[in-house]
Design a protein around this ligand. Structure first.
Ligand code: ARG
Length: 584
């Protein structure tokens, strides 16, 4: 709708330019916003205020000129001037009713697929080998997956890229330690290694304490990098066992990643020599005390000198940045990406900017492809400090999910339901995973996020249980009415203000989904669904359905509004990776 009004205004501006009533060089950014107060219509624009100065005209007179030249549209019932020169648009309720009828009939809930589908690489989750996934990876995984689902729903070709940390000097030590464990127990991998953190810790201890071991470890690094079969085999075992651990977490959370989506650091390793040689040939990388360094004017160090980014160390080794240069290049050249979205915590921002500045300077990626860091803040405990166990360790994801299930089970125990014990257990699991995911998704990702069990499991406020409950409410209306949501008769007629408010909210779904895809911000969809549920609850209070005295037409119309609500809630939650329940 916003887009439609925007297009109308664009047309108006270009007509006025042709007629010489506006300066030809004006290229205004036309903004249309939802009004806060219904008395001011549904949508409004400040276009006249924006143009008044450059056009040398009085804003109100200009607003009038725009309104007079606005092309006719079935959406707009009337327009009004307000204040110093705002234009308010009142939408037509007959049009609105037709939209809801279309929504009930359309399996995509009136969200058209993108006209120009893009190839989009989404870099998310990306835990490290021989380390347990921890809460820090949770944010990237959950937020990235919601954006992936949304992009796919819009018809884009999405390539999920799980950029796991599977390369580096630590592997010498890890291989040597795995070797030691296997010598003690050949079956150690199949029977155990349940605790990767512990494995990592122990191998580090061994490395620090035992010079022979350390010597062997260093030797293995060199061999691994040289492609030695034994070392590669040991390395592969470590990768595989880690992927198994991760996959269990993904499956439990309903995250759409599979082992096929792994494109780890090691994948880019064979490309690094050529890239570094090319950077050097282009004169971008220069030798400095044995290392190869790219100096970037864009980034200054403490002394105000261009910052040096090392792309190859003195010992010939490559770094995280070199890998990300190769990675971006690969995503353009080999994957044909139009966009690459990176869901990585904000502390890595400078790292990415440096890698990408080099990528652009070297001409590896044209301006037409966008590289986007969708950064997020840290996960904090209720005390505002980094989220840790009581003893200060990192919280393992598995333990966190267990606790969520325990808490959800206890919570549902207190509720009066007619569910069997088995159904209850199922519901508890789904509510638990939904709550953990939604708590993260619903906050603007750029800020730090406070993890709070009580909030996320509440049935009130912007939470998963509240939305899941709203959905079951709609389903129970259909059960009571004895009809099925996909076999409804009649048509929508909007009369009561609560019906209009609900319908207005419903038709905003399309715009909301699009902005999640554009901005990589799922919290916009969460907020929208929360507001939609609120509009539904008010509607349900004000407009009875299964009561005596309600006319057949009104009942049919209201049931259609319910059906559209259920459809949007279900579709919206599924884009967030959250299950709906028929009852709870
Ligand atoms: N493995 C990294 C970490 O745990 C994240 C990788 C993100 N992706 C990238 N292309 N750098 O911090």
């Amino acid at each position: 709708m916003k887009e439609h009004i925007q297009a109308l205004l664009e047309q108006t501006v270009s007509t006025l330019k042709q007629q010489g009533k506006l300066p030809a060089e004006l290229e205004p950014r036309i903004q249309v916003d939802r009004t806060k107060d219904k008395a001011h219509g549904d949508l409004a624009t400040n276009l006249a205020l924006l143009l008044a100065k450059p056009a040398g005209q009085n804003p109100r007179a200009l607003a009038q000129l725009l309104v007079d030249n606005l092309p006719a549209s079935e959406l707009v019932a009337k327009t009004e001037l307000a204040g110093p020169g705002f234009i308010n648009f009142f939408l037509d309720s007959a049009w609105l009713a037709r939209q809801i009828d279309a929504m009930v009939a359309d399996e995509r809930a009136n969200v058209p697929a993108a006209e120009q589908p893009q190839t989009v690489v989404v870099d998310y989750s990306a835990p490290n080998v021989a380390k347990e996934m921890h809460v820090g990876h949770l944010r990237s995984t959950i937020i990235g997956d919601a954006v992936v689902r949304t992009l796919e729903f819009l018809g884009h070709k999405v390539i999920r890229a799980n950029h796991i940390g599977d390369w580096g000097t630590q592997f010498g030590m890890l291989i040597a330690y795995l070797e030691k464990l296997e010598q003690e127990n050949p079956d150690v991998l199949s029977s155990g290694l349940s605790d990767l953190e512990q494995f990592y810790r122990e191998s580090k201890q061994q490395y620090d304490a035992d010079p022979d071991f350390a010597e062997r470890a260093r030797n293995y690094v060199v061999k691994l990098q040289g492609g030695d079969a034994y070392c590669l085999n040991m390395w592969q075992k470590l990768v595989d066992i880690t992927l198994q651990h991760n996959q269990a977490v993904y499956d439990r959370l309903g995250v759409s990643l599979t082992p096929a989506n792994v494109m780890g650091e090691s994948m880019y390793n064979p490309m690094l020599n050529d890239i570094v040689a090319d950077l050097q040939q282009q004169g971008l990388a220069v030798e400095d005390e044995g290392a190869l360094v790219v100096y970037l004017d864009e980034y200054k160090n403490k002394d105000g000198d261009p910052m040096g980014v090392i792309v190859r160390k003195k010992d010939g080794g490559f770094l995280y940045t070199t890998t990300d240069i190769a990675c971006a290049k690969y995503r353009y050249e080999q994957l044909g990406a139009d966009r690459a979205l990176y869901f990585i915590d904000s502390r890595q921002h400078q790292h990415l900017m440096q890698a990408w500045t080099i990528v652009r300077k070297a001409g590896y990626i044209p301006d037409t492809m966008s590289l986007e860091h969708h950064a997020f803040g840290m996960m904090l405990g209720k005390d505002g400090r980094p989220f840790k166990t009581r003893s200060g360790g990192t919280i393992k994801l598995v333990n966190l999910l267990d606790e969520a299930e325990e808490r959800a089970t206890a919570l549902l125990e207190q509720k009066q339901t007619d569910l069997s014990a088995e159904e209850k257990a199922q519901v508890a699991k789904r509510v638990a995973m939904a709550a953990v995911k939604y708590a993260d998704l619903s906050k603007s990702r750029t800020t730090d996020y406070i993890f709070d069990w009580d909030n996320m499991l509440s049935f009130e406020g912007n939470t998963a249980p509240y939305l899941q409950y709203a959905y079951t409410r709609v389903q129970s209306i259909f059960r009571k009415a004895g009809v099925s949501a996909d076999a409804l008769s009649g048509s929508v007629a909007i009369e009561a203000p609560a019906e209009e408010a609900l319908a207005q909210k419903l038709v905003q779904f399309n715009d909301t989904v699009k902005s999640v895809a554009d901005k990589g911000m799922p919290h916009l969809l969460c907020l929208y669904l929360y507001e939609l549920s609120g509009a539904f609850m008010s509607f349900y209070e004000a407009c009875p359905i299964n009561k005596e005295g309600v006319s057949a037409e009104a009942r049919a119309s209201r049931l259609r509004l319910c059906a559209a609500t259920a459809k949007v809630l279900q579709q919206g939650l599924s884009l967030l990776g959250i299950d709906t329940l028929e009852r709870m």
